[in-house]
Design a protein. Sequence first.
Length: 379
Amino acid sequence: MLLTRRHLLARAAWSVGGASLLGTLAHANDASWRDGIAALEARIPTVMAEFKVPGLSIAMVRDASIAWRRGFGVRSRTSNLPVDNDTVFEGQSMSKPVFAYRVMKLCELGVLDLDAPLTRYTPDRYINDPRLDLVTPRRVLSHTTGWPNWRRPDDPLRFNFTPGERWSYSGEGYSYLQSVVTRLAGHTDPTRCGSYEMGYRVCASDFGDYMATHLLKPFGMGRSGYVWTEVMGRNQAGAHDKDGAPFARRKSTAIDVARYGSAGALMTTASDFARFQIEVMAPKPPDAFRLNAASRTEMLRPQIAVPDSPIPASWALGWQVWRLEKGVAIAHGGDDDGFHSQSVFFPAQRSGFVIMTNSDGGVDLIWKGLLTDLVERLA
C-alpha cells in the first residue's frame, strides 16, 4: 500500500484542516498539552465516522515516555466490544523495523555480517540467478534487493535490477533474510508445511518464539506476538472493509509466520509499539538484546533515496526517514486488508506516536484525517 500512502501525501499537501494538534502537544507547557489532548479526543471520533473506521488505538510519546494513550470505537462491529489500551491489532509491515532491530543485533554479535552475501549462511538458493550472491542484510533491510514486494503470476520472483542499484520495496527480501536467521538461530519443523504464492513451500518455524524471547519480552511488549493464540484473541480487533463491514481474516499459524513473520505478521498494541519506539529513540545501555550506539546510528542512517516521494525521503535499515523542514522523522506504516497503522517518531525531540485502525478506511483516516497534519507539526 506504499503507493497509496504516497499519493495521499501528495493530495494532502501537508495541510489537512483542523487544529494543529501535535504542534501544541509536543512543544508546549502542560496546560497546552492538556488542551491539545482534549482537541485530539474530540477530533478522532469525527474522522472515524467520516472514514467509516469502527476502531482505533493511539499512543503518544513525549520525552521518551508514553504520555497518553486511548482506544476509540469498537474492536468489531460483530461484538461491539470497546477498543481499549490493550486491544491487539495486526501491525502488518510495522513488523519490518522490529525484525530489522534484531538483525542489527545479530550483526553486532557477529552472527551475521551486514554486508556479507546471505548465500554465505545457507546453501538454499532462493532464486536461480547468480545475482543472489549480491543480496546482503543491508540490501534487504534497505529494500534494494531488486525483487518485487511479493511474487505473483504477473510479477514473479526475479531481479528487476542489480541488488544495491536502487530502491524498491520488497517483502520477499525480508522473507529470505528471515529464513537465514532461522537457519542460524532458530528451528524449522519439516512435518508442518504449507504452500503460498505461486506454490512456494514453507515449513513452520519457531520465529515467533525467537522474537518474543529476544525482543518483545525484553522491551516490555507483553501483549505482542506472531502466532495467534486464544489469549491474544480475547482482546483482538477484527478486520473491516472500507464501508466498515466486518470480515474474517485467517488466524496466523507458525507456518504463516515462517513466511510472513519478519515482513508483516506482528500482532501488537499501540502502546507496545510505542515502547519499541522508545527503545530506539532513547536507548538504554546495550545488552544481549539492545543495540550499541554504533549499531543504532547505522540502523537510522539513510541508505538510499526513495524515488518519486512528495517529501524528501530515504530508507534506512528497517525504517523510512522523512526529512522535514523542522527535523527528521523516522517512520513505518502497516497496511493489509482490514488493518492500517502508522508509527512516527522524532529522535531529536524524543517524541512520537502510533496509530492503529481496524478498517480499510484507516489509511484515509491516518493520511487524510490525522497524520499529515500531525507529522508536520511534531518536528
